[in-house]
Design a protein around this ligand. Structure first.
Ligand SMILES: Cc1cc2nc3c(=O)[nH]c(=O)nc-3n(C[C@H](O)[C@H](O)[C@H](O)COP(=O)(O)O)c2cc1C
Length: 226
């Protein structure tokens, strides 16, 4: 099993998966069981996971893709991003987008090429498994913190068994198509999706490695002595 440092350092969003390599339900169950060791305030474990494969996954993909291609941007039930972009976040966001499209040779002004790439989100980047994460609507911000830890635990544990992931907020605007297909209850909200599978060897998009600030740029070391 991979050590924790390597698992964290090597994790990156994978956007091309091997369609020939399925993932068994037993593997997913192991993965979700270990990830559910993530902490949550008062151990309330606010997560609910929906595993989609095969025909249902295809139906969800088609529904989202059709809306996206028809120009329907949808609207998520929560704001993932700030309502008004400003620095330094805007610059970081641009760097990430330019880097990814640059690697893929996509001109950002070529709307057809951008759409053709973005639509791959709704196909889970060809991953054999899609996960959807939901939360009870009446849960507070603290539970969303818990959720983040759970999601990261899944992504790291996946690496321990040779799997890779891409978290996907791209599904959120189409929650009203997705939730009924899942059979999710009305009182639940869609948090995000996630593609899970084996990385497609040699795919250029999987070479994209995002930058990070150095710890000294976001940390205040205060006080003196040990
Ligand atoms: C909650 C969440 C949702 C995301 N949604 C998407 C998405 O819909 N599509 C996508 O390609 N990447 C998505 N990402 C991936 C981010 O773009 C990525 O994590 C970021 O650029 C850092 O890159 P890295 O994951 O390779 O380290 C998402 C990440 C998070 C944490």
């Amino acid at each position: 099993m991979m050590d924790v440092w390597t698992a964290i350092e090597g994790r990156q969003s994978i956007r091309a998966f091997d369609t020939e390599r399925p993932v068994t339900d037993d593997t997913l169950r192991d993965l979700l069981n270990v990830a559910a060791r993530a902490p949550s305030g008062s151990n309330i474990q606010p997560w609910r996971v929906w595993v989609v494969k095969g025909d249902l996954k295809a139906r969800i993909s088609s529904a989202c893709e059709a809306r996206y291609l028809a120009g329907d941007e949808g609207q998520g039930e929560y704001h993932y991003y700030p309502q008004h972009w400003r620095q330094p976040y805007l610059g970081r966001r641009r760097e990430t987008g330019f880097g990814l499209y640059g690697l893929l040779g996509i001109d950002r002004k070529d709307s057809e090429a951008v759409m053709a790439y973005r639509v791959r989100n709704y196909r889970f980047f060809d991953a054999p498994v899609g996960l959807f994460f939901t939360i009870d609507r009446d849960m507070e911000l603290g539970s969303w913190l818990d959720y983040g830890m759970f999601l990261q635990s899944i992504m790291l544990a996946a690496r321990g068994v040779g799997l890779e992931t891409c978290p996907q907020a791209a599904f959120c605007p189409y929650y009203d198509s997705i939730m009924p297909l899942l059979g999710a209850p009305e009182e639940q909200m869609l948090v995000c999706g996630m593609a899970v599978g084996y990385a497609l060897a040699g795919a250029p998009v999987n070479r994209y490695r995002t930058s990070r600030l150095d710890a000294d740029e976001f940390t205040h070391f205060l006080g003196s002595g040990s």
